[in-house]
Design a protein around this ligand. Structure first.
Ligand code: ZN
Length: 142
């Protein structure tokens, strides 16, 4: 079941340039920077109530975030992430409803979570992520 909006993913060219805006202009506090090899990005999170903002800086010119920045040079909202307590069930529900999946199986995401993306062609134009803390659901997804 979907529990809440977990975070909004925001593509930026440079974390170093973007972080001061969120910290100084908005008064949010940045987490430590984390590199996520599976998505070829460096990320930082800002908590805003129960929802987080995830800034994504590409580490590879061929990464999906780099491609997004080619089309959207100023950066911008890249994806919407829902937290679920059973990512495998969520993926099969979506697939059963005819949704194309980017990840048939969840991959390791930032913050020790399992994540999986749905294809934006199937999601009314919004790139959609499911995420689940690894502690939940037993972690048996192989
Ligand atoms: Zn995300």
């Amino acid at each position: 079941m979907l529990k809440q909006i977990d975070h909004l993913g925001i593509a930026v060219r440079s974390l170093a340039e973007a972080i001061p805006y969120y910290e100084k202009a908005l008064g949010l506090t940045a987490s430590a920077v984390e590199e996520v090899p599976s998505q070829r990005v460096r990320t930082v999170f800002f908590a805003c109530g129960d929802v987080h903002l995830e800034l994504l800086e590409p580490t590879d010119p061929e990464s999906p975030i780099a491609k997004f920045l080619e089309k959207n040079p100023a950066g911008g909202i890249h994806h919407l992430a829902f937290r679920t307590d059973d990512i495998a069930a969520q993926l099969s529900q979506a697939a059963g409803a005819g949704v194309r999946l980017i990840h048939e199986q969840p991959i390791d995401g930032a913050g020790g979570k399992l994540v999986a993306f749905l294809h934006p062609k199937s999601t009314q134009g919004v790139l959609t992520e499911f995420c689940m803390p690894k502690a939940a659901g037993g972690g048996a997804h192989h």
